[in-house]
Write a protein that binds this ligand. Structure first.
Ligand SMILES: Nc1ncnc2c1ncn2[C@@H]1O[C@H](COP(=O)(O)OP(=O)(O)O)[C@@H](O)[C@H]1O
Ligand SMILES: [Mg+2]
Length: 259
């Protein structure tokens, strides 16, 4: 699927139109409007509780908005039946803070989980015993720098290596856009820099859209072109990195009065 439908007018990969998300009485996101285009490399920054994960989960269709519309690849998610929704969701790969891997499986099986939207149940089951598409998995692991771990048990890997496995799984999925929800918050600074460099390199190489939520502004400044600052569920700024001033960053993180 591409980001243009019947007309030649390019469509954003993601578009949020007046989106709000409420959990009970609590407003997690309030009147969010944004567009993200093919090849954009966007960091979503803000304090804990600002609404970053909620926004990522709206973009991949895991959550539905309370108000407003979420458009992905030119489709309004609320209008899609489950099969069409899954087709759109297959085009969005997500990486999480806690990796979301099956610990006691070998690395190849976790990487092959990137095929799950396409493989039949039977193929997936057989592959757990006789791994299939080993070359594809090996290529992805090579791209993330841990080819030698192909047959290692996943829980024997370090945190940084496990995040690389999660990234390899997304490469096998081969989506149009990659979302990463605080992918470095359980890693040490050295590993964090490596993962940031890897994500930047992969998105530059493939031209894939990359949206990463980050708690710390410094990583966003170093590795991203566009920064969206979220504070208490609202967009405080959405600007090219060079336009983000120290005052804007200070306003983003200043200790809150209550909403
Ligand atoms: N499933 C949920 N039920 C209730 N409240 C939630 C839920 N998910 C998030 N929230 C609340 O929404 C706010 C934003 O959460 P989140 O999007 O996880 O923020 P961030 O990722 O920026 O830390 C938080 O105050 C959180 O407690
Ligand atoms: Mg979060």
């Amino acid at each position: 699927m591409c980001s243009t439908l019947s007309s030649n007018v390019p469509l954003p990969i993601f578009e949020l139109k007046s989106v709000s998300k409420q959990f009970g009485n609590f407003q997690s996101l309030i009147d969010i409007n944004l567009q993200i285009w093919t090849g954009d490399r966007v960091a979503l920054v803000g304090s804990s509780g600002a609404g970053k994960s909620t926004l990522i989960n709206l973009l991949n269709g895991t959550l539905r908005p309370t108000q407003g519309e979420v458009w992905v690849l030119g489709r309004n998610l609320a209008r899609l039946r489950s099969k069409a929704l899954r087709q759109v969701q297959r085009q969005i790969g997500t990486i999480y803070q806690q990796f979301h891997l099956v610990d006691n499986l070998r690395v190849i099986h976790n990487v092959n989980a990137g095929h799950l939207g396409r493989w039949s149940f039977l193929k997936a089951a057989v592959s757990l015993i006789f791994p299939m598409e080993v070359e594809t998995a090996a290529r992805a692991l090579k791209q993330v720098g841990i080819l030698e771990k192909l047959y290692e048990r996943t829980d024997r890997l370090s945190g940084g290596q496990q995040q690389r496995v999660a990234i390899a799984r997304v490469l096998v999925q081969n989506p149009s856009a990659i979302l990463a929800d605080e992918p470095i918050s359980s890693l040490d600074p050295e590993r964090s820099r490596e993962i940031m460099q890897l994500l930047r390199h992969l998105s530059q190489d493939s031209g894939k859209t990359l949206v990463t939520s980050l708690h710390a502004f410094e990583y966003a400044r170093s590795y991203y072109k566009r920064i969206i600052g979220l504070r208490q569920g609202r967009i405080l700024f959405d600007a090219p990195v060079e336009a983000v001033s120290p005052a804007m960053v200070e306003a983003l993180y200043k200790i809150n009065e209550r909403r």
